[in-house]
Each structure stands twice: as structure tokens, then as C-alpha cells.
Ligand binder design. Structure first.
Ligand code: ASP
Length: 295
């Protein structure tokens, strides 16, 4: 597709579970590389949805974050992965929950959106569908997973420690999209599903805003975090006010985490109430930035 006239923008995250005692040099370099690659794609006219999938797949594949290759197992030792994505202009959405055995949950979510009449497939049904679609299987789990989260974050059982990846994009055609992919929280029960695969909670995109959340997913579900940002922006709040309001609600309930968001003008917001949130962005003026702890 030839490029449109809107100046593109993007923000991605590698999770809000960052700890001050740890060094994130590799993640910082990697996030910048992903943004630079996606900047070129957007300038060439790629759609927001395609860029969301490509950026998120790069984050999954890197093994540096607690999603995709860097996933952590549940309490039974199984890797159950979640992902979702949404396109603002059409409100099309796709998701997989508790998917086992496939390398790129975000790619599976895209296939659910494009090739089924459904929004979400879970568990065995999601895996059978992924197989049927010829998506890349993991094979030997011990060789594939990098265990990025093990030792990365201090995660005593029961604390809902976390790590996730996600991306929000405004393309040159003025379309917004968002996507998120995760292994969930550390020490989760078998079958536990968080906010990440739920459009309206972990991911959201409408005409006015795109949102990807990271943190203790139970709290993000309870406040409909992604959709709430969209509704607030739709009723006149700035993106900064809307996103801060939602993170404050999560904090008031006792939850922690953060979110990234973009509006239709290319404004970026990235509030969090945890110690840090790995993130990188491209602004409409072409500036690329990366941050973990600061604002
Ligand atoms: N929100 C994800 C979940 O609860 C975890 C994360 O963002 O790190 O599954």
C-alpha cells in the first residue's frame, strides 16, 4: 500500500516488571532496533496492524522479555501464552489465550482475527487452529525458551510479578492499532488468563486511541483498562489525563503496572506505577526515544 499523509507514530513496551537493581542495556538496544525497523515500514506505507504484529513478533522472538521466547512457565511447568490485537478503524480484534506449543502468539491472534468468525480461541482449540494454519511450532521447549524472567525480576510466589510486550501504532493512513503478548504473571496457576488476550483490558484500539497494558492483569481486567482509556479520550480527556486516570484507579485497588498509548494526533502516553517500564517510541516528528525508569 502506498504511504498516506499522516505522520506515523509508534510506542512499544517490554513490560512494567523492571527492577532498579537490574541492567537493561540489551533490551534498550533491542527496543531501539525494533522502532527503527518499524519506522521504515511505516514510512513505506505499512498498515498499523501489520506493524503491530511485526514489532510484537520481534519482541517475542528476541527472548529478552517475559513473552514469546522469554516466557516463564506456570506452576505446573507448562508455557501457556496469551496475546491479542485490535484495529481502531474497524474494531476488528483477535486473541489467543493459554496457547501452548507455538512460537508467536501475536501471529496466532492475527490469524484468529483474519481467518475465523471469532475474536478469541483458547487452550487446545487455539493450538489446533494454529497447527491447522501452519504457524511455526516450538518443538523442543527446553531448547526454545530462554527463561528471560528467571532471575530477571525478584518474584516471590503470589505477588503477581510480571513482564509482557506490546505495541501501539498510528500509520500514515491515520489508522490506530494495538497488540500485546505475554506469558502472564510469574507463578500463575494452570489455566490462569490475565488481561493481555482480552480486547478492552490488555489491548484496545478505536478511532481515538490505541492502548497496550502491562502489569498485574487481574487489576487491568477489573477496570477495563484499555477500553476505559478509549472511552475517556472519546469523551474529551487528553491522552495523558485518560491514561493517568486509569493507572491511578489500578493503584487505588492495590495493583501495579503501566500502559502505553497513542492518540490519533500521534501523542504518546506511558504512565506506570511500578518501578520501571521498558519502552521505546517514534514520535510524528521522527524522534526515537527509549526509557526504562525515567519519564
Ligand atoms: N498483564 C500480564 C498478565 O497479567 C502480565 C504483564 O503485563 O506482565 O498476564
Amino acid at each position: 500500500m502506498p504511504a498516506g499523509t499522516t505522520r506515523p507514530a509508534l510506542i512499544l513496551h517490554g513490560g512494567a516488571g523492571a527492577r532498579r537493581e537490574r541492567n537493561y542495556d540489551r533490551e534498550i538496544v533491542h527496543m531501539r532496533e525494533v522502532v527503527e525497523a518499524m519506522k521504515a515500514r511505516l514510512e513505506a506505507g505499512a498498515s498499523a496492524l501489520d506493524v503491530v504484529v511485526e514489532a510484537t513478533a520481534m519482541l517475542e522472538e528476541s527472548g529478552l522479555y517475559v513473552a514469546g521466547r522469554g516466557a516463564s512457565p506456570n506452576l505446573a511447568g507448562a508455557y501457556e501464552l496469551d496475546a491479542s490485537l485490535m484495529e481502531g478503524s474497524t474494531r476488528r480484534a483477535g486473541a489467543v489465550a493459554a496457547l501452548q506449543g507455538f512460537k508467536s502468539p501475536i501471529t496466532a491472534a492475527r490469524a484468529v482475527m483474519d481467518r475465523t468468525p471469532h475474536v478469541m480461541l483458547a487452550g487446545e482449540g487455539a493450538a489446533l487452529f494454529a497447527m491447522d494454519q501452519g504457524l511455526e511450532a516450538i518443538g523442543d521447549e527446553a531448547a526454545w525458551f530462554t527463561h528471560a524472567g528467571q532471575g530477571e525480576d525478584n518474584h516471590p510466589p503470589g505477588t503477581l510479578s510480571h513482564g509482557t510486550v506490546g505495541c501501539c501504532v498510528l500509520d500514515t493512513h491515520g489508522v490506530l492499532a494495538a497488540g500485546t503478548s505475554t506469558a502472564g504473571v510469574f507463578g500463575k496457576m494452570p489455566g490462569r488468563v490475565g488481561d493481555t488476550p482480552i480486547p478492552g483490558a490488555g489491548s484496545w484500539a478505536d478511532e481515538g486511541a490505541a492502548v497496550s497494558c502491562t502489569g498485574q492483569g487481574e487489576y487491568f481486567i477489573r477496570v477495563a483498562a484499555g477500553a476505559q482509556v478509549g472511552w475517556r479520550v472519546g469523551s474529551g480527556q487528553s491522552l495523558a489525563e485518560a491514561t493517568r486516570g486509569v493507572i491511578d484507579q489500578i493503584g487505588a485497588l492495590g495493583g501495579d503496572g503501566g500502559l502505553i498509548a497513542l492518540d490519533a494526533a500521534g501523542n504518546i502516553a506511558d504512565p506506570f506505577n511500578s518501578q520501571g517500564m521498558k519502552r521505546a517510541w517514534l514520535r510524528p516528528d521522527g524522534e526515537i526515544g527509549v526509557e526504562v525508569f525515567g519519564r
